[in-house]
Design a protein. Sequence first.
Length: 690
Amino acid sequence: MSQAEKRYFILLVGIDDYPNPYTPLGGCIQDIDQLEAYLEDWIKEQGFSTEESQSPFQESIPIRHIGPVNILKLANADATYDNIHKAFSKFLSQAKSRKNEQGREVEDVVWFHFSGHGSEEYTAEEFLTLEPNGKDQTLVTYNEDPSSSQTHLADKETAVLLSKLADENGNTPHILVSLDCCHSGSGTRFSDFDIKTRHADVLPYLSRAEASKNRHPFRSLESYSGGFYRRQLDQNSLLEVPLVPHILFSACESVQLAGDTPQGGVFTQGLLKALRSANHTINYPDLYQRTRASVQKIRPKNQNPTFETMGNFNPNRRFLESDHSHEEASIGSRLISYRSEGPQLYNISYEQTSWYINCGAIHGIPLKEKGNSTFELLEDEKKGVSLKLQTIGALKSPVLIPEDLKLDPSKIYKARANFLPLPEELVWIHGEQEGVEALKRNWDQSRNISFIEELPPTMEASLEVEVEKGIFHLKDRKRKASVFQWPLQGEAEARIIIDALGKIVNWYRVINLNHEKSKILAKRWVDFEIQVLGPNGNKLPSLNQSQHLILADDQNFFSKDGNLFAGFVPELIIRNCDQDIFAYLFHMRSNYAIESYEGEIVYRPKEHPGKTEIRFPMWKQSKGWGLSAGEQETHSYFKLIVSTESIDYYQLLQSRLEGDKAMVFKRGPMGVKDDWASITIEVSLKREGD
């Protein structure tokens, strides 16, 4: 895909001059001006045309057109609730995911950035099943009459705006959302030198019951997005928040306050520094880690940026690039893209008050190795220094830094493991020599796989690749299943097979990820349950054990064109827990995909005073899963990971392999530290009578 085929639609919103009762800010207009200046440099770096024209968004508000890039800025009094809605419906909605004349996918890019006040408001009564804490996170728009209901743009309204960027088939452009504002009314206001906070401090911290007694107004369901949710409830008898794939960068955690300076927001400054230091080419996980390191150098204890991959957006895409930016191999009419992994290196970065390495049990550190596993720093001036782990987390682990080792908190260091991780998976490769040699030439040891060409009867191989009649046959010997077949045409196809082998190994590792000595489970704080919904709202027995077999027919499942599917509603259950819990749900499908549809769910005790049990829906948009037409049986794992610390869950996500037909439908105070646990429910679906 040539860059010239793709269009970019950028909406930059910044508000400094808030009317009373909101505190004016000093850096939001600086933010959007500097982002616009960065985009001008980026356009030149990409080799785009710099020829410029303008068209009116409305009187005195122009849209800039620079080559394929279109930029709209809404500043101060122009950044109203109505104008933001109009910018989505009339401007951003032009972005499409489409095919060009050659049949190749072209994915336009949308970037929505907001710099201003953020707040929390009491949600509508009807949303309490989706929002157990009873609050909406909001963007505070400009309004001369702040008492008006059209001042706060709720998170549920932003979701509706983003959903309108999808076409009738559910295809969406590449969407990036970045928010430099506060998300919560709780916490202590931060004051230090010239740093203020971007928090609209107008909602006192009261429980919903206390707020009701004090006659605090609650928002009505009709007031959201022009009645969108009222119509939804009236028509479908249920509420769900629309969800489309996108990346979300936020300035801070929901209980923190985002820093504001006259030079710009702390988060936006960190984001710009990360982008410029990467010479304009960087993937989202690296961009996030660099941004976080820059922000925490300025506010080490007060602001931790967050990164969410929503709607199963591929987190490994590059900044503002399509999903086809990696090396591609054309197989018949299908286009498959893959990403070549380099040597297994890990990032070490400073977060709040400690140094962490993005390596944990999922990467093969045996839990019994606590204090023994070491990593060698690869930075030139620090090269050869070994660092030990304090504890072993699921995805990242705190590192012991010697007192005489001076590391820069604003930098991200690379390290290599000095220990042997979990044993490599053995792959038996055999058959036609041309294909076998192609695999050997392109073998990637960092995938934690090794090959053998002759398999003795006394040796077990979990995976197998047979080359026969110019075709790669990939087999999972653990499941006794043929994964897929792939024509041998060159080196690229061999690398696709190796990439697939690595994904299978990672899939099994995530399934087996477990921490038996977790205090979270020992204290019985957490439970996990899946409610299964059939036609007419009938409920099948809840799934709360490790394994379940469900016999599906057109009586207990929805039936459409030979497909059978039911609604799955996973719930996190918190009981008698007195500290924060971070939860992540992964749908691990039999095509080896690892998907997280809605990211991180956080339980905070102070948001639920007096309650001994809270149920959190892990999906706010209902989802169905089931058997495709002609398919007799399929399997999935639903894996819940919970932690006392926020984790970089995107490290676990991966796209599917070919060959699986299973369908996912749209249906309608710290006491334990650095602890984590997992709960896995395996579900098998089988057609009744087979």
